[in-house]
Design a protein around this ligand. Structure first.
Ligand SMILES: [Zn+2]
Length: 119
């Protein structure tokens, strides 16, 4: 059976992403901020996920700063009730108001698990 799995990655700013083990397009730079990898950990899924086999389970990361999400839905709802737009306009306003991630969460580099980059 061939190897299956992925790499967990953290950049020097603590952003998290994963790369499939067969994704050879990886360039080791953070997709969010372009910084180099500070830490990575291979998750071996060749035989599936098994809680009794730590190498098949992702390392649980400690959040350093949570993601910042802009959610204006409550304020927009109040505004729409005031201005009473047509149903079509109301729909258009609501589409503008889908919560947006302003910044991604960052995580602390685990001390005892995974591999630290030599950077
Ligand atoms: Zn980053």
């Amino acid at each position: 059976m061939s190897y299956e799995g992925y790499q967990q990655c953290l950049c020097t700013n603590g952003h998290y992403w994963t790369v499939d083990c067969y994704d050879h397009s990886r360039n080791d730079l953070c997709p969010d901020c372009g910084s180099p990898i500070a830490w990575e950990n291979g998750v071996d899924l060749t035989n599936g996920s098994d809680p009794n086999d730590p190498s098949s389970m992702p390392v649980e990361l400690e959040v350093a700063t949570p993601a910042v999400v802009a959610d204006l839905s409550v304020a927009l709802d109040k505004l729409l009730n005031l201005i009473q737009p047509s149903p079509v306009d109301r729909e258009a306003f609501l589409k503008l108001c889908i919560p947006k991630r302003l910044s991604e969460a960052t995580y602390r580099v685990p001390k005892n698990q995974g591999r630290r980059s030599s950077l």
